[in-house]
Design a binder for this molecule. Structure first.
Ligand SMILES: Cc1cc2nc3c(=O)[nH]c(=O)nc-3n(C[C@H](O)[C@H](O)[C@H](O)COP(=O)(O)OP(=O)(O)OC[C@H]3O[C@@H](n4cnc5c(N)ncnc54)[C@H](O)[C@@H]3O)c2cc1C
Length: 391
């Protein structure tokens, strides 16, 4: 039996098969031929989720063959892109069309559909996550039927599909709203923990694109501020914190060290207080942890399962080496995040059960009702989704 594993190697299992599809026809054929009502299928993107979203299934579908930009529409300012397209291949193609993604994460190894399925985001107080830019989705549902979904077909219910956790079907194409091509200039500088705490609220208010990594053992923060610029790009692209180039050359970083990660989204106004508690926790109870804490901003949206659903957001992430047991550390962090009504990133580690998720997402039950109409046989539900499904 073939073995599937995620990027960190922490999650993996033997599955009955790893299927490969190059076309929509391959996918309708695969789903139509699944036979037994109990057969389960999960789509894998680039496997960069730390949460058990792909494992806990019989079959995995690899969509890396369904890649590339289909069309750039200058009037609508949208790009239609195949689901398995790695984000790192998009920047130059969109730029040639005078376009850019509005937002992306701090790496670009994910596939477009995989990143959208979990609400992947960058940092900026006016920047929504990637999923919020989806204009339409084409997917193959649990009955093997091709469905084109958009606000003009589904109305506001379309917001359910934008962060879909791979549970509605196999997404084959995404039409995503883009903006005009742009360049960014980074300014990176270091602050002590106390200096950071004294200035944090000011940074938040005065910079559109701001984030930091705080190193607990040094009590030192590397702050990054980015501004849009008309300056000429500088090649070779400089090191992190000093870059000046196109958005897709400045936003993603190289993160080769395998780790696990927990990230919670909390209301933006509570960001500094919540970070202060995480900092104190590390300085008192987890002094052995050498991995940084990351702090970012995300603008609110109306996507039902978005971490920023109707709430301007600060995200706080904690990390640990993949070979270390992170459980006690992450559970202690989660206790703090829960006090702030934090919502866990769908693609990262958390320990919440269905009732807690229902409490955090006002549209949780409606999301499941919508999902069930796409996949009545529950082919796309793996162990994790079955465990949190409302009864
Ligand atoms: C080093 C690293 C850095 C990261 N940085 C960020 C960051 O800056 N910001 C952030 O928000 N997150 C970040 N993440 C998390 C990451 O962006 C998400 O977990 C993302 O979902 C991973 O995308 P993927 O293509 O690897 O998808 P996978 O992890 O393989 O899958 C994610 C989900 O998408 C579904 N899916 C994939 N393709 C399809 C499809 N075609 N149709 C239907 N469902 C599909 C899967 O079934 C699964 O539910 C990071 C992760 C790592 C490991």
């Amino acid at each position: 039996m073939p073995y599937w594993q995620n990027w960190s190697g922490r999650l993996g299992e033997k599955v009955r098969d790893i299927h490969f599809a190059r076309s929509q026809g391959d996918i309708t054929g695969l789903i139509g031929g699944l036979g037994s009502a109990a057969a389960r299928l999960r789509v894998a993107g680039a496997g960069h989720s730390h949460a058990p979203l792909v494992v806990g299934t019989d079959r995995v579908l690899d969509l890396s063959g369904l890649s590339g930009v289909i069309a750039c529409d200058q009037d609508r300012m949208t790009a239609t892109i195949r689901a398995g397209t790695p984000i790192y291949t998009l920047g130059a193609v969109l730029q040639e069309a005078g376009m850019a993604l509005k937002s992306q994460g701090d790496i670009d190894r994910q596939t477009l559909a995989g990143a959208c399925a979990t609400g992947t985001h960058g940092s900026g107080r006016y920047l929504q996550n990637l999923s919020a830019s989806i204009e339409s989705l084409t997917l193959v549902d649990g009955q093997g039927k091709v469905r084109v979904c958009s606000a003009s077909h589904q109305g506001t219910d379309f917001e359910a599909l934008k962060v879909g956790l791979g549970a509605f079907g196999v997404v084959t194409e995404i039409e995503i709203a883009v903006r005009e091509s742009f360049k960014l200039k980074e300014q990176g500088f270091s602050l002590t923990g106390d200096e950071l705490m004294a200035q944090l609220e000011g940074f938040d208010d005065s910079h559109d694109r701001f984030e930091f990594f705080w190193q607990p053992q040094q009590d030192q923060a590397m702050v990054k501020i980015m501004v849009e610029t008309d300056e000429e790009p500088v090649y070779p692209v400089a090191e992190e914190g000093k870059r000046c180039a196109y958005n897709y050359e400045v936003l993603p970083n190289h993160r080769p060290h395998r780790h696990t990660e927990m990230e919670y989204s909390i209301a933006a106004e509570h960001g500094p207080a919540c970070f202060a508690e995480i900092r104190a926790l590390l300085q008192t109870e987890f002094q052995e942890v050498a991995w940084p804490v990351e702090y970012r901003r995300v603008a609110q949206d109306d996507v039902w399962l978005s971490n920023a659903y109707q709430r301007d957001t600060v995200t706080i992430s904690v990390h640990q080496d993949v070979n270390a047991d992170e459980t006690q550390y992450y559970q202690a962090c989660e206790t703090i995040f829960k006090r702030y009504r934090g919502r866990p990133h769908w693609g990262k580690v958390h320990y919440l059960e269905g009732a807690a998720l229902a409490d955090l997402y006002p549209k949780w039950r409606e999301w499941w009702q919508m999902r069930d109409t796409f996949d009545p046989k529950q082919r796309f539900l793996n162990d994790f989704l079955r465990a949190v499904r409302p009864s």
